[in-house]
Design a protein around this ligand. Sequence first.
Ligand code: ARG
Length: 458
Amino acid sequence: MKFLWSGRFSKELYDIAKKFTFSIGIDKNLAEFDVSGSIAHVEMLVHQRIISRKDGSRIIKGLKKIQDEIKENKFVFKPNDEDIHTAVERRLFELIGPVAGNLHTARSRNDQIVLDEKLYLKKIIPELESVIVFLQKTLVKKAEEYFDVILPELTHFQPAQPVLFSHHLLAYVCMLERDKTRLRDTLARLNIAPLGACACTGTSFNINPGYIARQFGFDDVFTNSVDVVSDRDFILETISNLGILMIHLSRMAEELIFWHSSLLGFVDLPDEFCTGSSIMPQKKNPDVLELIRGKTAVLIGNIAGIFALMKGLPLSYNRDMQEDKRFLFESCEISHLSTLIVAKVIEKMKININKMAQACNYGYIEATDIAEFLVRKGIPFRQSHHMVAELVKIAIEKNISLKELDEITIERITKVKDTVSFIKNITPSKSVSLKKSYGGTSPKFVKKEIERWKNILK
Ligand code: ARG
């Protein structure tokens, strides 16, 4: 069986070479885009009078039939289909005969593959954006529902200061907003139509790349044919952006896993996203979230993979680039599913307010509030920090809370009379209310933030 490029060859491709070079398995994801790209190309060829209207109509009819076959999952791939482009052209020949030979006028697979990949991302990136928005909305809803709940915020994985649980959840929303805008930026940058670059130099035919650009809503047309067949920046960017998204999801997953541990019990993760142990009957393990962490490693691997693929590649097209798709498709699929899973877990998890409140009794998390109180009473911060540290030291030695310290000790160390009553009366909820600074965890500010996010995300 001959290939469409095999005219100058006297020997057939070795089987192992065939197996090695064929990309049809992975190209299947691009089938719908490849055909719609071809339809637009033929329309342009007719419009520019490069092929006749009659031939054009027959080719388009054939391509539409192929489009239906793909949609209905009836398209049959054959053993000698090298990639998606040749599979479609082969089928077109079967359907309409030699007139199919006009399809590839003024086009190369080198510009065609870039169009396919860009059309894929023009569909996939908005879909990713919408699952990110779904996760953001889920978080904002939870933040609203558990607005007053207080959590010991950690630094260095140690109790630091009380924070509104809602404020903590909104931190995730901020992270995701950056992920979303990064993807949007990439989409805006890749929205340049590549068809018409042909193999690498353009063509002698009077083509109209703007015609195809308009069909697919590209913002503009490429200006350099060498660049456009060589460029995979948009794939490097997309995978990098998705890597950052997955890093964020893995951090969220890690916190949820920690909160779900029966040692803490801040949350109870939904049964539908946990699994049991084959030996320990009591277990409810957060396997799905563990796999969010695990699959983040795959994304990091894909970033390394795509960067390694492109490093040092000379211009213009090189076959190495065919390998870009495995990294791209896998990264898009993992990110989409992971975002959706985290959203569903958060939507369905139960919050244990009491356990979070109890946890605020550990680690002397009101210490900074006491130091700041002393500053308001005229003591320089460095000094007040030392005073409170001394109180904490005594409390640790005696294995008691700061509230349980005796008045004489407090007064001896701070020499500020009202300190005793401040210490006795400070609570986690008073503590968060004191954090009135912009962007802080005061209920007043967080309430406004919830409203602001609701507006942004509606
Ligand atoms: N399948 C190739 C790719 O993914 C495109 C085909 C270009 N092939 C070629 N021999 N010029 O990059």
